[in-house]
Design a protein around this ligand. Structure first.
Ligand code: NDP
Ligand code: 2IT
Length: 443
């Protein structure tokens, strides 16, 4: 058995009942084999055995009081996965589906993603099974304060710097930042995605969605194509989906779908992004309400968003949202590019199917790295106590996304897998982390 398969089997045995973590390791480890074959020192120094074991995992109780005066209890997590190339960096997810397995898959992916940005950030992830949906602002504040009461013990500007993810946006970051400052007395950039009045960076809100479209632009360009006139299907209607839709529309493409966990809308005339912003960012409503703004659009409660014929598909909701049935539909309808805005939206089987049919495919760790990249730029601005203009940050983001495309496609080509951005991104991300671990010894 090869070294990567040996470590994969061992890690699965050592972490039973963690299906999402198994899936992430299965998608990454085997693709590293051709690179590892050239570097026996990685096996000798047990780099992979060390990589799959988080440096630290924190699980904690989060008690809070709801609007009826009742005590509620949730579970909090922070997995500090790898600090070889910088302090732990990665988002916090608040969603009822959060488990240790989900946080570990996200944290493991984050190691490679953060390395690909070229910036000095290690990998981590956290969150809670708390569901912000349907809660009042006071309840969300009560939860966030309690969550930070415990989490603050493990954070620091040179130690661990969380940010947002599903269910965690500007409101939640604000409440957590306020509590951190109150407990520690320190005004420091210990979270990213902060409001612009207290240390946030311009473009952080837009960064993941914009970066995703910049990645897809590089992919299209490699075939002499562009976004102009293309039909784009997007899933989700949160932070990533909204700003991917905005940038694709600015690039003269037509975004025709958006979704949430209840259903999806199809607007053949092109999604009205201001309407979606009002529904989702303003009143925290459901995507169904889009029909109030655009009565000609159609709403589907059942069925797959991927059944809508398109040129480009951008999954931007959650893990395992694009499976074999969805991939078959995309292929049948002539889709040419799939770029992942969400983390691990496409199953391994569906990914292989798309790749084998000649669909250009970019994995989340490359395509959605714009968010964490601008988070690292927010950290840089906080440390130097200055703020850069929107244009300056956006230009840096665009060039980071181009570099990620180039380094992933070159690594794929170097190891005989031309065009395979999945393998290329894994190898390019791995190299820097593995070399840093070698140089730092067995710590
Ligand atoms: P948001 O909470 O802003 O939006 C999430 C969207 O996905 C909502 O439309 C939500 O619908 C939908 N969704 C979430 N869970 C499910 C589910 N189980 N089934 C169906 N739909 C679901 O999150 P983000 O936009 O920030 O995150 C989206 C994805 O992008 C995640 O995978 C995240 O890890 C990834 N990502 C985010 C980054 C960021 O900077 N925010 C950076 C890189 C990646 P509903 O409201 O009905 O739940
Ligand atoms: O998945 C991700 O990269 C994020 N949720 C963003 C992490 C960050 O630290 O900005």
């Amino acid at each position: 058995m090869s070294y990567t398969m040996k470590v994969l089997e061992l890690a699965k045995q050592n972490n039973p009942s963690e299906p999402e973590f198994h899936q992430a390791m299965t998608e990454i480890l085997p693709t590293l084999q051709p690179f590892i074959d050239e570097h026996p020192e990685y096996e000798k120094e047990k780099i992979l055995e060390r990589l799959v074991e988080p440096e630290r995992q924190i699980i904690f109780r989060v008690p809070w009081v709801d609007d009826n005066g009742e005590i509620q209890v949730n579970r909090g997590f922070r997995v500090q996965f790898n600090s070889a190339i910088g302090p732990y960096k990665g988002g916090l997810r608040f969603h009822p589906s959060v488990t240790l397995s989900v946080i570990k898959f996200l944290g493991f992916e984050q190691i490679f993603k953060n390395s690909l940005t070229g910036l000095p950030i290690g990998g981590g992830k956290g969150g809670s099974d708390f569901d912000p949906k349907g809660k009042s602002d006071r309840e969300v504040m009560s939860f966030c304060q309690s969550f930070m009461n415990e989490l603050c013990k493990y954070l620091g500007v040179n130690e661990d710097i969380p940010a947002g993810d599903i269910g965690v946006g500007g409101r939640e970051i604000g409440f957590m930042y306020g509590q951190y400052k109150r407990i520690t007395g320190q005004y420091e950039g210990v979270l990213t995605g902060k409001g612009l009045t207290y240390g946030g960076s311009l473009v952080r809100t837009e960064a993941t969605g914009y970066g995703l479209v910049y990645m897809a632009e590089s992919m299209l360009r490699s075939k002499g194509e562009s976004f102009i006139g293309k039909k784009v299907v997007i899933s989700g209607s949160g932070n990533v989906a909204i700003f991917a839709a905005e940038k694709a529309t600015q690039f003269d493409a037509k975004v025709i779908t958006m979704s949430d966990s209840n259903g999806y809308v199809h607007d053949p005339e092109g999604i009205d992004i201001d309407a979606v912003k009002q529904i989702k960012l303003g009143r925290r409503g459901r995507i169904k309400e889009y029909l109030e703004f655009r009565p000609h659009a159609k709403y589907f409660e059942k069925g797959l968003v991927w059944s809508t014929p398109c040129d480009i598909a951008l999954p931007c909701a959650t893990q395992n949202e694009l499976l074999v049935d969805g991939a078959e539909l995309l292929i049948k309808n002539g889709c040419v590019v799939v770029a992942e805005g969400s983390n691990m939206p496409t199953s391994l089987e569906a990914t292989h199917m798309l790749q084998e049919s000649g669909v250009m495919f970019a994995p989340g760790k490359a395509a959605n790295a714009g968010g964490v990249a601008v988070s690292a730029l927010e950290m840089a601005q906080n440390s130097s106590r200055i703020s850069w203009s929107f244009e300056e940050v956006d230009n840096k983001l665009r060039s980071i996304m181009r570099n990620i495309y180039t380094s992933s496609s070159s690594a794929a080509e170097d190891y005989g897998m031309k065009g395979n951005l999945v393998a290329g991104a894994n190898i390019a991300g791995f190299k820097k982390v593995a070399d840093a671990m070698l140089l730092q010894g067995a710590v």
